[in-house]
Design a protein around this ligand. Structure first.
Ligand SMILES: [Zn+2]
Length: 235
């Protein structure tokens, strides 16, 4: 059994690496998803500015039509003023005309504000257009890199699993089944490598008798507290 320790150490090394790769394989797709979302948001931001411009232009058009309507009404009033019969009617038409003229001035102010808004939005769009292209490119490159890393990691994992199968055959069935049992209970840190009388797996002190046997290196021993294999390596 004792000659198994080197193989078991190798097996543990492989298992720890398998753990690391499996975590990575789980993490990378999430990172890719986040990047894709970032790209979406970027495009959405651009679309939003485009929409804001369109809406502002539609609002401007509406206001211009309002002015047109009021001006038509004023023309009709001016025409009617020539034909009025009573003083009362005359005054009423003039009042209406003055109100319409006032409204037109207000709307013209509003149109000026909208035009300013459009100009500002277009400037923002122009700036964004430049940034967006660079940022999109950067994100796409990053996604490609991650996808490549994922592929490589999967291949590496496959290789390691094959290597694991190979090394398993070189370990005695007894040691192997014990290893697998500890692994199931404690995770991939099956062998506690120590250089004093403290178990590096559970951090408890190893009984002196076990420890002295361990230092002699006569047997494959386990920690009485956590059940992990113990391996003494002097520093
Ligand atoms: Zn222990």
């Amino acid at each position: 059994m004792e000659q198994d320790i080197d193989k078991l150490l190798k097996l543990q090394e492989i298992d720890l690496e398998i753990d690391r790769l499996e975590k990575l394989i789980k993490k990378i797709p999430e990172e890719i998803e986040n990047l894709k979302q970032k790209k979406e948001e970027l495009l959405f931001k651009f679309e939003k500015i485009n929409n804001d411009i369109k809406h502002a232009e539609a609002r401007k058009k509406e206001k211009e039509l309002d002015i047109q309507t009021y001006q038509d009404r004023i023309l009709k009033i001016e025409d009617a003023l020539n034909r009025v019969k009573t003083n009362e009617e005359y005054k009423s038409l003039l009042r209406e005309k003055a109100q319409l003229e006032e409204s037109i001035m207000e709307i013209e102010d509003e149109i000026l504000n909208i035009m300013e808004e459009i100009e500002h939005l277009k400037e923002e769009k122009k700036k964004l257009e430049k940034d967006i292209e660079q940022e999109k490119q950067r994100i796409e490159n990053e996604i490609k890199k991650k996808e490549k890393l994922l592929e490589e990691t999967k291949n590496k994992l496959k290789q390691l699993k094959e290597e694991r199968e190979k090394i398993k055959k070189e370990i005695s069935p007894q040691s192997l089944s014990k290893y697998e049992l500890i692994k199931k209970k404690r995770g991939s840190k099956v062998i506690a490598i120590i250089n004093d009388d403290t178990c590096s797996g559970c951090y408890m002190v190893i009984p002196p008798k076990v420890y002295s046997n361990l230092v002699k290196g006569e047997q494959l021993l386990t920690c009485p507290h956590c059940g992990r294999f113990l391996y003494y390596r002097s520093v």
